[in-house]
Ligand binder design. Structure first.
Ligand SMILES: NC(=O)c1ccc[n+]([C@@H]2O[C@H](COP(=O)([O-])OP(=O)(O)OC[C@H]3O[C@@H](n4cnc5c(N)ncnc54)[C@H](O)[C@@H]3O)[C@@H](O)[C@H]2O)c1
Length: 406
């Protein structure tokens, strides 16, 4: 199968579409977002790793087509689903994008095609949700299905699509083998697992592992603060143990499309099977509550009142050097501070604009500066001899010689 259709051109789908096209596949990249597709067609991408040159060159050479509506496919092809799987207003799994993607695929898929999902979802999604929808609404026969969860770490300059091993599990051995053949063309190592459920659980375990450990380190950070010792010094010292320990750092909460979300898909899987997942649920709660701990500390800096205080938050993305603001705890902090009457601006040269509000230059007329996500592009020197308080909630290198908040 030489034709690849990628459904959803975001952080996961776009790099895959470009990589597959560079490896000689005929790729159709499909997204419901009309503006996004228009921009991609003229080489404009929000994802820093994807260059204008690649987008234009691959389209010109005919390896990459970018579309808002799917044509019919007459030959067996590979459909890769990379649509969002967020939480709804009740913080339950929201599979509406996934359902829509399946319905759209079923209108155009041909006999013998392979459907792969890279979207993260609860255990059993491929067999209980994706496969039945596509089989019900399409006329195609002999379809293959597999799960190949994406493990991308946006902004990571070492680990990428090519060198991060890919876990693959199909509904039958022939499905797994077809998916392996595809990923092997651009991925150094593929890990074959015995079922889609193993692949789905593997992905959820990886991110829940981070969620639980972050909750643990946040909790220990309260303890170290109460003893007036540095959590970072403790973690650095523990990390000298050459085995059995992995360093995690405290922060104002967890963000992005994965760490705050995937553990909920895991506990949803547990609830479905009547397995109580207390530890995971508690970790979720603790990480959500982290922002309130931080807020309380700030409020006490100002004797209980933030009304009219001038505060600037630096870095609203959930992670350093990327523009992704999904589930970013910095945004929650911003909203909460404004609710408390503080006059809050933000500076983020990577995000630049959020919901119509633009990033402001680093200010000097402030009561408090808060460093949350210190992108490499930020030059802090004008805060050097500040007359206001700067709280650094980030981990990593010291900034302006200031102590870390945690
Ligand atoms: N971002 C990450 O770091 C990451 C890492 C691993 C796994 N994942 C998982 O991969 C999936 C995709 O995440 P993402 O970060 O790429 O999301 P994203 O929001 O960056 O991109 C998803 C794209 O899908 C499009 N879309 C939505 N519904 C569609 C539909 N029915 N048909 C076609 N296009 C549609 C959206 O317009 C958007 O452009 C999620 O399940 C996520 O949990 C994400």
């Amino acid at each position: 199968m030489n034709e690849i259709i990628v459904i959803g051109l975001g952080y996961v789908g776009l790099p895959l579409a470009v990589t597959a096209a560079k490896n000689g596949y005929q790729v159709t990249g499909f997204d419901i977002n009309v503006t996004k597709v228009k921009k991609l067609k003229i080489g404009v991408s929000e994802i820093s790793d994807i260059t204008e040159y690649d987008l234009l060159d691959l389209q010109e050479k005919g390896y990459l087509k970018l579309v808002n509506s799917l044509p019919n496919f007459t030959d067996p092809s590979i459909f890769v689903i990379a649509v969002p799987t967020p939480l709804d207003g009740n913080r339950d799994p929201d599979l509406s994008y996934l359902k829509d993607a399946c319905l759209k695929i079923s209108e155009v898929i041909s006999d013998g095609s392979l459907v792969i999902t890279e979207s993260t979802s609860y255990v059993g999604t491929l067999t209980e949700f994706i496969k039945p929808i596509i089989e019900k609404f399409s006329k195609a026969k002999g379809l293959h299905f597999a799960v190949a969860p994406e493990r991308i770490d946006p902004g990571n300059r070492i680990w990428n699509l090519a060198n991060t091993p890919r876990v693959i599990g199909g509904i039958a051995n022939c499905c797994t083998e077809l998916a392996i053949n595809f990923y092997h063309t651009f991925c150094k190592e593929v890990i074959k697992v015995s079922s889609p459920e193993v692949a789905e659980t593997t992905k959820l375990l990886e991110n829940t592992f981070r969620q639980v450990n972050i909750a643990l380190i946040n909790e220990i950070a309260y303890l170290t603060k109460s003893f007036n010792i540095s959590i970072h010094e403790v973690v650095d010292a523990a990390a000298t143990k050459p085995f059995g320990f992995m360093a995690f750092r405290p922060g104002i909460g967890v963000g992005g499309h994965c760490i705050p979300v995937d553990p909920v898909y895991l506990t949803y899987s547990g609830d479905k099977n009547h397995v109580e997942m207390e530890l995971v649920k508690l970790s979720n709660l603790k990480n959500q509550k982290q922002i309130h701990y931080v807020l309380n500390s700030i409020i006490s800096e100002f004797n209980g009142c933030l009304i009219g205080k001038k505060i600037q938050i630096v870095g609203i993305a959930y992670k350093k050097n990327i523009s992704d603001t999904r589930e970013s705890p910095a945004l929650e902090l911003l909203n909460e501070l404004r609710k408390l009457g503080a006059l809050v601006t933000w500076h983020d040269p990577v995000v630049q604009e959020f919901k119509g509000e633009k990033s402001q230059d680093l200010q000097l007329d402030l009561d408090i500066g808060m460093i949350i996500t210190p992108h490499d592009a930020i030059d802090f020197h004008i805060w050097g001899d500040n007359k206001f308080k700067v709280l650094d909630f980030s981990s990593g290198q010291q900034i302006l010689g200031l102590p870390k908040f945690f």
